[in-house]
Design a protein around this ligand. Sequence first.
Ligand code: NAG
Ligand code: NAG
Ligand code: NAG
Ligand code: NAG
Ligand code: FE2
Length: 480
Amino acid sequence: MGKMGSSSIHASGSSSMVSLSGSIIGVLLVLISNQMAVCNGGKTSTFVRKAEKATDMPLDSDVFRVPCGYNAPQQVHITQGDHTGKAVIVSWVTMDEPGSSKVLYWSKNSHHKMKAKGKHHTYKFYNYTSGYIHHCTIRGLEHDTKYYYMVGVGQTARKFWFVTPPEVGPDVPYTFGLIGDLGQSFDSNRTLTHYERNPHKAKTVLYVGDLSYADNYPNHDNVRWDTWGRFVERSTAYQPWIWTAGNHEIDFVPEIGETKPFKPFTNRYHVPYRASDSTAPFWYSIKRASAYIIVLASYSAYGKYTPQYVWLEQELPKVNRTETPWLIVLMHSPWYNSYNYHFMEGETMRVMFEPWFVQYKVDLVFAGHVHAYERSERVSNVAYNIVNGQCTPINDPSAPVYITIGDGGNVEGLANSMTEPQPQYSAYREASFGHAILDIKNRTHAHYSWHRNQDGYAAEADALWFYNRYWHPVDDSTGA
Ligand SMILES: *[C@@H]1O[C@H](CO)[C@@H](O)[C@H](O)[C@H]1NC(C)=O
Ligand SMILES: *[C@@H]1O[C@H](CO)[C@@H](O)[C@H](O)[C@H]1NC(C)=O
Ligand SMILES: *[C@@H]1O[C@H](CO)[C@@H](O)[C@H](O)[C@H]1NC(C)=O
Ligand SMILES: *[C@@H]1O[C@H](CO)[C@@H](O)[C@H](O)[C@H]1NC(C)=O
Ligand SMILES: [Fe+2]
């Protein structure tokens, strides 16, 4: 029997009449279709987004503007710099000359400026040469503290700020944003604006891969990596984005002699992989507040005996749910995807790792890649052993919910063709651009909401409470 998605649309000052009446019609349609559906799984949203081509913002767009001043730092971004949230990696690019790789920083309550020294380098990609890319790790920060920081010391200095997370602990509330496959189209700008204006005010973005889509340009024109860095700076300079590598980060182009995979991505975006004993920047983990976040690599080897496999096998037993109740996994290619795009691409990794996810009671798995939104039931498909024929996903209270959030709005457009009928495991799916918020309240409860770009900033198109699999493993599927 079909289930109703909990499309609780909260009318706020900014929600439009259109979305309200749309939701009423939507509820009516769901009520009608609920009586008819027998074999369908969950809800395929009745919201139909206007079909239009996504277009990249032109190079002279306001969001790509170069900051004023000689050698001014641009593309400023930060990410967590250690395993527990007491360090931050600050990165930026200077164009005219290397300039200083120093970061000056001071906490809100102190005027004593501290100094950290970073490094800079450049890279070439076909006939493109990058600016001077700086990375500097600031360590020994106090938890739950606002810091100001300054880059471009001695030339054109620019000042930003960030807030460190509270100390890791089981009941520490924390709010994450979820964005994937953003790109740099007009729709990408709408998604980022909706994320910024969402009244939930998330503090860190869990980014599920595919950043700039520079590889859609001739010779993977890396100028589009620079424009992307300037576009997202308005968020990435002030809050950490936790990076996952997607297929658009591979940049493997043997025709033009570019045979080192992930070259632009790894030069520009550093992650604290060594802090979790990883041997490559594509898979790693961090703790933040009450969450343990594991980032996996869909485009690095994960078969048995490979470095990623061995790392994950040793990593999962380290997660202490008394310390970090929420176990969250990020990856690019989804395992449970019922769209006609990238169908079953995640299947081989699912076969390798899904039994561990069920054994270790992963709460939530976020992926991108498919340019749409989908949320699964708690299901697993781990019984099959090649002779027993048990190859259908079943409801499983120990299994994660799988969420595809590849709907950032990049130039490739929406994935709007779905497999029919909707499989049982799929709880809600909709082909619209948007972002999501995971609002962790304590060790048992987290409120989750998905926000489509067509609605007002506060409207929740798909929303529910997730209950922690370790501390409160009761049914949290929609309609229950
Ligand atoms: C790189 O080569 C392409 C064509 O091969 C050309 O259009 C472009 O202007 C070149 N860029 C630079 C920076 O030389
Ligand atoms: C992008 O969004 C911002 C904030 O809403 C707006 O100020 C800006 O003009 C937009 N730029 C483009 C090119 O759409
Ligand atoms: C798990 O974390 C709790 C709380 O920090 C701590 O008391 C306990 O010793 C840890 N357990 C293990 C096995 O490390
Ligand atoms: C956890 O948060 C939920 C939602 O805010 C609340 O209802 C519940 O009482 C909280 N649990 C504890 C132990 O505080
Ligand atoms: Fe992708």
